[in-house]
Design a protein around this ligand. Structure first.
Ligand code: NAD
Length: 444
């Protein structure tokens, strides 16, 4: 069933079904007015079509048929969502997480606990004390705990299918290549590396080892951003003309690797500006042909002795869209974008945050402007991206955000730095080809 087909006979959806599908993030009172617009209805229909997980078109030899549970709704609990369809624990894809820093401890390990197709079975860390505590907390066997020196021994560990690299950017290449040589599929944090050349080596190594490589672009698995992509590519508000995007935050510790060029590769651009760059490409579905940039770092501020503070750049797309983006390491947190279309606009607050996305639209209705907020149930972005990679591993699919997506972004970031340095626009001669996305993720 396609996303906009409905499973009701007359194509409409009952109020009871609506309430049970929208989940807690949409208040029942607001639902009536939103459904009248037809915008939220498409969300509801999209969710309706996903009540059960569709089996893959073909199941490779040795892979068991997926278990598909019937959707079940209680008469008394009208707010219940779609029936979850987790894989049995024994059939989930097993992850080794490499690097137990901020992101791994606060987001990735907790997300693995709520995944439906993925689970944590091994850890890699340079800190034995920390790893011992984390292993005890998550029930990881001592023999599945590795140091950076013993990392290659993962090759003989039959309890690991995927290695997730969550290290400083400059270490991604080494650990991706060593992981591929160990015969494991690789999920790698963004930015993919610190140069396009490194990205190419990582892709080559994974191809040579016949393992999958996915870059953890979590926004592309986030439902509000996916909804914007759908509305934009369907031209719901007419053609897009201009995008304004910003991802900015404060930073306080000049000793952190993010402020060391050799480990980070750059400053705010590869760390947070990358979200604007990558999300613009994702929602438009096209590749920029030219960029123009400025950058600035406050003189004497030790935070920016090696990497840039602020970078602002424009990208020109073949359809005529111009996207203007910025990232800054020295301002109060602000993560948003606005898409200006012929007959309306879309505005996303907290666009690149871990949660709290707020999607508003406006469009002309006669002489009136109609503004509304599109309510979509939140999901855990990390769990969604890991379950997508697990699905690709189980069903032998190309990941939606493969290594080539990371390479494209690095080629663009190199052009953005060149433009800022030279003070002139830079044409994008090479963009790692068109159509590098893999299989669309199944979203709940
Ligand atoms: P962090 O500094 O909190 O953790 C990095 C880990 O790497 C630490 O455990 C540290 O001990 C270890 N490490 C190993 N070798 C090191 C070395 N030579 N120097 C410094 N640390 C070393 O960083 P983080 O915020 O967890 O970021 C890790 C990766 O995740 C980065 O690539 C970052 O861009 C990415 N990230 C992604 C998101 C996202 O939303 N997808 C968010 C934050 C970070």
């Amino acid at each position: 069933m396609k996303e906009h087909e409905t499973n009701t006979k007359d194509g409409n959806i009952s109020r009871k079904d609506f309430l049970s599908l929208t989940g807690k993030s949409v208040a029942a009172g607001a639902a009536g007015s939103l459904i009248a617009t037809g915008i939220l209805q498409s969300d509801v229909l999209a969710q309706t079509s996903k009540k059960a997980v569709s089996p893959p078109a073909s199941i490779p030899a040795g892979v068991e048929e997926p278990i598909v549970l019937e959707a079940w709704k209680s008469d008394v609990d009208q707010q219940s969502g779609p029936t979850p369809t987790p894989l049995p624990p024994a059939r989930r894809i097993r992850y080794a997480v490499v690097g137990l820093g901020h992101l791994a401890l606060e987001e990735i390990l907790p997300a693995l606990s709520i995944c439906k197709k993925s689970k944590l079975t091994a850890l890699v860390s340079g800190s034995p004390d920390k790893m011992k505590k984390v292993a005890a907390q998550y029930g990881i066997k001592t023999e599945n705990c590795y140091s950076y020196q013993t990392y290659d021994q993962l090759k003989s560990n039959k309890e690991v299918d995927v290695i997730y690299i969550v290290l400083p950017n400059a270490l991604h290449k080494e650990y991706v290549i060593r992981g591929a040589k160990a015969g494991k599929h690789i999920l790698c944090e963004k930015p993919m590396a610190i140069s396009s050349r490194e990205c190419e080596e990582m892709i080559e190594a994974c191809n040579a080892a016949k393992v999958k490589l996915m870059i953890a672009y979590r926004i592309q698995y986030q439902p509000h951003n996916r909804k914007v992509r759908e509305l934009v590519q369907n031209k719901t508000f007419g053609a897009v003309k201009y995008i304004e995007a910003s991802n900015s935050q404060g930073s306080a510790n000049p000793a952190h690797w993010r402020h060391k060029k050799a480990l980070a590769g750059g400053g705010s651009l590869p760390d947070i500006g990358l979200y604007c760059l990558n999300t613009n490409r994702f929602i438009l579905g096209e590749e920029p042909t030219e960029v123009f940039a400025y950058q600035y770092s406050t003189p004497g501020n030790p935070l920016f002795a090696e990497v840039e503070e602020l970078i602002s750049w424009q990208m020109k797309f073949p359809s005529g869209v111009i996207a203007s983006s910025s990232s800054d390491y020295n301002v109060h947190e602000s993560r948003h974008y606005r898409v200006l279309c012929e007959k309306g606009w879309l505005n996303m607050d907290k666009a690149y945050a871990y949660k709290g996305q707020k999607l508003q639209t406006a469009h002309a209705e006669g002489k009136m402007e109609k503004q509304e907020e599109i309510g979509i149930a939140e999901t855990n972005q990390f769990a969604a991206e890991m379950d997508h990679f697990s699905d690709c591993t189980i069903n032998n699919k190309r990941p939606f955000t493969p290594g080539e997506e990371g390479l494209k972004d690095h080629l663009l970031m190199e052009a953005i730095y060149e433009s800022a340095r030279e003070g002139k626009p830079v044409k994008i001669i090479r963009n790692a080809g068109q159509g590098t996305h893999g299989a669309e993720p199944e979203m709940d």
